[in-house]
Design a binder for this molecule. Structure first.
Ligand code: ADP
Length: 167
């Protein structure tokens, strides 16, 4: 029996995209016919790259994956899922804190919008990587080159060099 193509979204802020995110995309796409990386705008998070810059960076990184596309959105994630006709939301899990938070989010999204969430476990080597930490370490002059893809590292360095230093 031929099944209806399954379209999933992988929502996040991706500011910046890390090796952990890329790993989830690489393994996650195998589960679906189509995966849309959905770059959201979180008003509560400090922004390093604009949504357009993030989309552009991610597009380059997934250029070799024909079933992956990238879009930004500024509405509720479930609303974006509805607009693009996605059946599933893909999320990554790193630790028990993620499980607790994601469980609540997944239940809410299923209740209010009827959308299912599929979780993928992080690879051990990226279990501790998150974008907030990458931003903080980089802002304080630390080396994040092993946590993010090389083109993102270059963009991050350029961004920090052009930033006025805060007193
Ligand atoms: P972060 O939590 O790093 O700020 P996002 O809000 O962009 O990133 O997260 C988007 C999704 O990617 C979430 O489901 C998050 O759990 C997942 N994710 C982020 N980093 C990793 C990682 N290192 N391994 C697995 N999943 C991850």
């Amino acid at each position: 029996m031929k099944h209806k193509p399954i379209r999933a979204i992988f929502p996040g802020s991706f500011d910046p995209i890390t090796n952990g995110h890329l790993d989830v995309i690489g393994r996650g796409v195998k589960l679906f016919d189509e995966l849309i990386v959905a770059v959201g705008q979180n008003p509560l998070k400090d922004v390093l790259f604009t949504p357009d810059e993030r989309v552009e960076m991610i597009r380059q990184l997934v250029a070799d994956k024909p079933r992956v596309s990238v879009q930004s959105y500024d509405c509720l994630t479930v609303e974006f899922a509805r607009r693009v006709g996605a059946d599933v939301m893909l999320r990554g899990l790193r630790n028990l804190t993620d499980v607790q938070y994601e469980f609540q989010l997944a239940m809410t999204n299923r209740t209010v919008a009827g959308i299912e969430t599929v979780f993928i476990m992080t690879s051990e080597e990226y279990g501790y990587v998150n974008s907030t930490m990458v931003r903080e370490i980089a802002l304080l002059g630390g080396d994040v080159s092993r946590l993010i893809p090389a083109p993102v590292y270059d963009a991050l360095r350029r961004r920090l060099e052009s930033r006025p230093s805060t007193p």
